[in-house]
Design a protein around this ligand. Structure first.
Ligand SMILES: Nc1nc2c(ncn2[C@@H]2O[C@H](COP(=O)(O)OP(=O)(O)OP(=O)(O)O)[C@@H](O)[C@H]2O)c(=O)[nH]1
Ligand SMILES: [Mg+2]
Length: 322
């Protein structure tokens, strides 16, 4: 018997898919049970949802009871992507996250202020990028768990403090430890071939000797040309853009037939994703049901029917026809 699921049901299921916390998951599953059409054709699905609900409630309880064993270095991803900061003590990691997000983090003029990762959400265009502040990293001081945080990230932001003449040692030290721990890789020519995308910034450029320190570094390392920033505003707008670009994603807006597109909450997909990838993200059953899709943006004309393999571009509006 066909399930004949309603738009309300798919909406609730989408909420479930997008849920970040056990509480949100429970709420969405409860809603799915409430709105699912009650007939023979949905009995199996109702059973599945009930079992899922029981499992998520159980996991929620367990999580609470083992809260002490929570791993602070396993940072749950949120928003369009996760970027983790890496830098020497006192280089300005917490200050930068504070400047770019609304997070309130401890900043101090002494080293080793930050002991565990902390997050902040950076608004960019109509989406958010998650920034993760981290405890300091040095060759002889690698906080246990931090390498795992780097490897799980979508990208890294490497901070060099150019207010000090030791900025070159900082850069070399960071690169060495990241390479030794296989977060990044170096080619035989010494070029960075990182499996993870990253950006290097020279922070504290507002300091008196900063420009000079950076010049010395550039002379010693031809080709080295980091973005210069300072927490009082230098380069921060460009930094936001470069951070977002590191994620290499596109924003796609969903449209239901006979309704205007939802321009408030874009779906985030890796650049190069197709209509089929989009359908999969909206609902796991959609790729199978997909008959065609209408696209506004990357198509030749607005509302053009395109193939499943059509590559979507940033800002596209897509109406899936099932
Ligand atoms: N003038 C100036 N000061 C900065 C800048 N960035 C950070 N600072 C100062 O540098 C000091 C260290 O900043 P933090 O943000 O705590 O540095 P951190 O890298 O998080 O330090 P740890 O947590 O110890 O690793 C603070 O006194 C900040 O106010 C900057 O761009 N310009
Ligand atoms: Mg800090």
């Amino acid at each position: 018997m066909p399930a004949n699921l309603t738009p309300q049901y798919y909406e609730a299921e989408e909420k479930y898919r997008r849920a970040k916390t056990p509480e949100e998951r429970i709420q969405a599953l409860e809603e799915m049970l409430k709105v699912i059409p009650k007939h023979k054709g949905t009995e199996k699905l109702q059973g599945d949802i009930k079992r899922k609900l029981a499992r998520v409630r159980e996991e929620g309880k367990k999580k609470k009871s083992t809260a002490k064993g929570h791993d602070p270095f396993g940072v749950e991803k949120q928003g369009a992507g996760q970027i983790v900061l890496a830098g020497y003590p006192n280089s300005g990691k917490s200050s930068l996250v504070t400047s770019l997000t609304r997070a309130k983090l401890k900043v101090a003029d002494y080293p080793y202020t930050t002991a565990i990762p902390a997050t902040g959400m950076m608004p960019y265009k109509d989406t958010w990028v998650q920034l993760v502040d981290s405890p300091p990293l040095m060759e002889d001081n690698v906080p246990s768990g931090l390498i795992g945080t780097f490897k799980e990230a979508d990208a890294l932001l490497i901070i060099i403090d150019v207010s000090t003449a030791e900025c070159l040692e900082q850069y070399e030290g960071l690169m060495k430890v990241l390479q030794e721990r296989e977060v990044i890789d170096l080619s035989e020519e010494g070029e960075i071939i990182a499996p993870i995308s990253f950006l290097v910034v020279a922070n504290k450029i507002d300091y008196l000797d900063a420009e000079e320190n950076l010049e010395v570094m550039k002379e010693l390392m031809p080709g080295f040309d980091p973005l210069t920033v300072s927490i009082n505003g230098n380069g921060l707008e460009e930094l936001k853009e470069r951070l977002y670009n590191l994620l290499d994603v596109v924003r796609i807006y969903g449209k239901s037939p006979d309704r205007p597109a939802d321009m408030e909450r874009p779906f985030i997909l890796k650049r190069g994703s197709t209509v089929l990838d989009f359908a999969e993200q909206v609902h796991k059953d959609f790729p199978e049901q997909l008959k065609s899709a209408l696209v506004w943006g990357s198509s030749k004309f607005d509302g053009q029917a395109v193939a499943r393999e059509h590559v979507l571009e940033d800002g596209d509006i897509v109406e899936l026809q099932l």
